[in-house]
Design a protein around this ligand. Structure first.
Ligand SMILES: C[S@@+](CC[C@H](N)C(=O)[O-])C[C@H]1O[C@@H](n2cnc3c(N)ncnc32)[C@H](O)[C@@H]1O
Length: 422
């Protein structure tokens, strides 16, 4: 499938935007607002130093029917501004949002168009100050940007939005550099799995694109053996899953597909981070935007790996983060948790911290911490299979919500109801 390209040129009509791209912008904006609110939740924090990098920024505006809508640069600028205004209004103490923005595009017409858009926006006075617009390949600018982030202080808080067209414009070497050099980076990257499937041949791993993402030639044989698109997607997801975790230096990730209703194709929106809380927040965002994202795997834990014993050509209902997916996820977590608790505990008498359990398994599941907590509460209250303790070893009162530092232990007898197969 050819990936649709957008063109911006001063004096020319704007490119048209699809609903899936608006949904992607909504994810960018919502995540930024959640990110800033979480990092500023401690009232003693008086300032936040953040760098936002939009590495494939485009011209900054689109035609959507009869209206003009903002592209990713204005969406990220407005999201940071909205979060900062919200904090200033609710805080008793002063709060300073110290944000720097880098917008990069390889085409001069696009950066010219963007400069014009931003100069005519509420951010006009920030261009050349907190806003830097660069023309060039993201790959060629990234080292300098990393240096600039490091020069701003020790926290290195940075969000990289890498909205590439296909799947090979950002090399894994560059992502490794971001995660190796910075303390607190997060990367949101689009990855057109469908075009990788279409393009895949014996030679792909040897092409520049294949080398950029360090493809394993053995992947081609597995993909060709599969007949359904759903099966292919799941294999690519499963194989790239391990590959990305091993090759990018990120510890946590969410790899779900943004559904593209217009073209009936989907692409991956990958979120990579070093923090389990960041990962959990992104997963919560997926659930809050149900029907925008799909995940070709199962509900519950171990849902993203590639299990060769499963017949991937068999059609399955789509996991769309909707009401049914939630029910299935809860049921799967209730079924799987006692086994995970048993396997993760050093012995049957020693409880496991829920945060540790979640950290160890969250990369392989669409479950959030809240869903896991809900499953644990049911296993305690409805099935009497699990005991929950506070950090200092006291039983957690029944009505209380669970915390990351709470601990769980299996009761010696499996519940009678579940033994009967419920
Ligand atoms: C999908 S558009 C992104 C649009 C923008 N992120 C938005 O959502 O409004 C991709 C943009 O990346 C630019 N581009 C393509 N390859 C690039 C590269 N290697 N480095 C920087 N920009 C690139 C294209 O010129 C195009 O403007």
């Amino acid at each position: 499938m050819a990936v649709k390209h957008y063109d911006w040129k001063l004096g020319q009509p704007l490119p048209k935007i699809g609903t899936h791209s608006i949904a992607k912008h909504d994810v960018f904006a919502s995540y930024i607002e959640r990110y800033i609110n979480i990092l500023s939740s401690n009232p003693r924090r008086r300032e936040l130093n953040l760098t936002v990098v939009d590495g494939f920024c485009g011209g900054g505006a689109y035609q959507n029917g009869s209206t003009i809508v903002a592209g990713s640069p204005l969406r990220v600028l407005r999201a940071v501004k909205a979060a900062a205004v919200g904090l200033t209004m609710t805080r008793q103490n002063e709060f300073a949002m110290r944000a720097q923005f880098f917008f990069i595009d390889k085409r001069r017409e696009h950066t010219e168009f963007l400069s014009h858009e931003l100069m005519n926006s509420e951010f006009g006075k920030d261009v050349g100050n907190s806003i830097t617009i660069l023309t060039g390949l993201f790959e060629e600018q990234s080292t300098e940007i990393i240096r600039a982030i490091k020069a701003r202080g020790p926290s290195h808080r940075s969000l990289f939005f890498l909205d590439q067209y296909g799947w090979s414009a950002v090399s894994f070497a560059t992502i490794r550099e971001i995660f190796a050099d910075l303390r607190n980076p997060e990367v949101l990257i689009t990855f057109s799995v469908d075009s990788l499937i279409d393009y895949f041949s014996d030679a792909t791993a040897r092409t520049m694109g294949g080398q950029a993402i360090e493809l394993d030639p053995a992947m081609g044989d597995v993909i060709r053996a599969l007949k359904t698109e759903q099966g292919q997607r799941q294999v690519i997801q499963g194989m790239l899953y391990k590959h990305i975790i091993c090759s990018t230096g990120a510890d946590y990730y969410t790899p779900f597909f943004i559904r593209s209703a217009d073209s009936r194709r989907s692409y991956w929106l990958l979120h990579l981070s070093k923090h389990t809380r960041a990962r959990d927040e992104m997963a919560r965002l997926h659930w809050s935007m149900s029907n925008v994202f799909v995940h070709p795997g199962d509900a519950g834990f171990n849902a993203l790996g590639f299990d060769p014993s499963i017949n991937l050509d068999q059609a399955k209902l789509e996991f769309d983060f909707g009401v049914d997916a939630r029910k299935d996820s809860l049921a799967a977590a209730i079924d799987q948790l006692p086994r995970l608790v048993r396997d993760d505990a050093p012995d049957a008498a020693t409880p496991v911290t829920i945060g540790d359990l979640f950290r160890a398994h969250c990369n392989e599941t669409p479950l959030t911490f809240d869903l896991v907590s809900e499953a644990i509460v049911q296993l305690r209250d409805a099935y009497s299979e699990i005991d929950v303790f506070t950090e200092d070893g006291r039983p957690r009162p029944a009505a209380k919500a669970l915390s990351w530092t709470d601990q769980v232990r299996n009761r010696p007898q499996k519940s009678f109801i579940r033994k009967l197969g419920r």
